[in-house]
Write a protein that binds this ligand. Structure first.
Ligand code: HEM
Length: 394
């Protein structure tokens, strides 16, 4: 296993790996890179792919092959495909994330966030995670996909349950629970797709059901996987961007005062949060052909864990890397959204959500303060905030 579950901060371990070199081999034959330079190169190198990545390289339990249904939102989606299949499917969704497409969503996102803050303003104390950071991405993804409002609660519960399991399941009980959620998600999207075929709206799913790939309608399997992927890829990640950003501003007085003096610094807060506390800690690539990395010859099938979180604190690129500094000139060189063909398609949307959420939260509640114990789960891939109790009074 790459990192032990249950350990607190993984950053001391990342530093130990860094001391061992740019490319380190773990006891389980997995190569690991904490280096910003090599991480970026591997992510962009077409001699590495994702379709050959075997789950058992990073997962404790060897699992039997899955049946064709239910469709798995990660393993069956374009996130787990190499070009040219990957390119064909990614092209279907990328027009929804262009700067122009995002501009048309901005006012609605601002309206939604302002509405949540109005509700919170009536309270003395609240929990930033369930009452704010979690609500924003669920609403945004639901709008994008055309999920009806009464289904938001179920939708959000599924995303919360699948997120931690992306690390790999550690018991048959966990596996059964995960299978049940994936099956429910499958049925949910199947029904929604059927509904959108009969009653198309302005949303992405309505358009996807009418799209074609190589002159043929998109297979239902790909529609299901893509919808599930967007939910899972856009939920826990954005929740943590908003949560980690708010937390950083609550504990770093200097950064918060700078933001309060100039709200145009909100994009810097977002970039520095992504660098300092990226939601996704690593990704894995497999060599598709012989390739030399950092002086080591890799064979086809060799796996490399690209430690995005460690690359983001590489002292060769970022001065004083453990410091949260919203005036850092090169925060944006972080690898929080990975790179190459799988570079996060939702990066622009996530940045916009994070920027509006953090700016408006502190504009509305400049005296916001921590008021209780912060809780985070101990997942290795996507360590997720569960509770950030805050209070509005000084
Ligand atoms: C891919 C991070 C938000 C949709 C990725 C990858 C990373 C990432 C690291 C690459 C994974 C890999 O190569 O293994 C993040 C972070 C986010 C965020 C840190 C928030 C702060 C979103 C949002 C959406 C989204 C809001 C859409 C609603 C996707 C999709 C992919 C992806 C569809 C697959 C891209 C591909 O395989 O070509 N994201 N993401 N993400 N992300 Fe995001």
């Amino acid at each position: 296993m790459l990192l032990r579950r249950g350990s607190h901060s993984p950053y001391p371990l990342y530093e130990r790996i860094r001391r061992d070199g740019d490319l380190v081999r773990s006891r389980l034959r997995l190569y690991i890179t904490p280096s910003h330079r090599w991480a970026g190169q591997i992510l962009r190198d077409p001699r590495f792919g994702v379709s050959q990545v075997s789950a058992s390289e990073g997962v404790v339990l060897p699992l039997p092959p899955r049946p064709p249904e239910p469709v798995h939102p990660i393993e069956d989606s374009f996130l787990s495909m190499d070009p040219p299949e990957h390119t064909r499917l990614r092209k279907l969704v990328s027009p929804w994330f262009t700067p122009r497409a995002l501009r048309t969503r901005r006012a609605e996102i601002e309206r939604v966030i302002t509405g949540y803050l109005d509700e919170l303003a009536t309270k003395q104390r609240f929990d930033l995670v369930p009452e704010f950071a979690e609500r924003v991405p669920i609403q945004v993804i639901s709008d994008l996909l055309g999920v009806p409002t009464p289904d938001h609660e179920r939708f959000s519960a599924w995303a919360r349950q699948v997120g931690p399991a992306l690390d790999g399941v550690h018991s048959l009980r966990e596996q059964r629970r995960l299978d049940a959620v994936i099956a429910e998600l499958h049925v949910f999207f199947k029904e929604l797709i059927a509904h959108r075929r009969r009653h198309p709206g302005e949303d992405m799913l309505s358009q996807l059901v009418q799209s074609t790939v190589d002159g043929k309608p998109v297979p239902e399997r790909d529609l299901l996987a893509t919808a599930g992927l967007l939910l899972l890829a856009g939920f826990g990640t954005t929740l943590n961007l908003i949560g980690n950003g708010a937390l950083a501003l609550l504990v770093n007085r200097d950064a918060r005062e700078r933001l309060l003096a100039d709200f145009d610094l909100a994009p810097n807060v977002v970039e520095e949060t992504l660098r300092h506390s990226p939601p996704v800690h690593f990704t894995v690539r497999a060599a598709l052909e012989p390739v030399e990395i950092a002086g080591t010859q890799l064979k086809p099938g060799d796996h490399v864990a690209v430690l995005l979180a460690a690359a983001n604190r590489d002292p060769k690129v970022f001065r004083n890397p453990d410091r949260f500094d919203i005036t850092r000139p090169n925060s944006r060189e972080h690898l929080a959204f990975a790179g190459g063909v799988h570079f996060c398609v939702g990066a622009g949307l996530a940045r916009m959500e994070g920027e509006i959420a953090l700016r408006e939260l502190f504009r509305r509640f400049p005296a916001l303060r921590l008021d209780g114990q912060v809780k985070r789960n101990v997942a290795r891939l996507l360590p997720t905030l569960e509770s950030v109790p805050v209070s509005l009074t000084k």
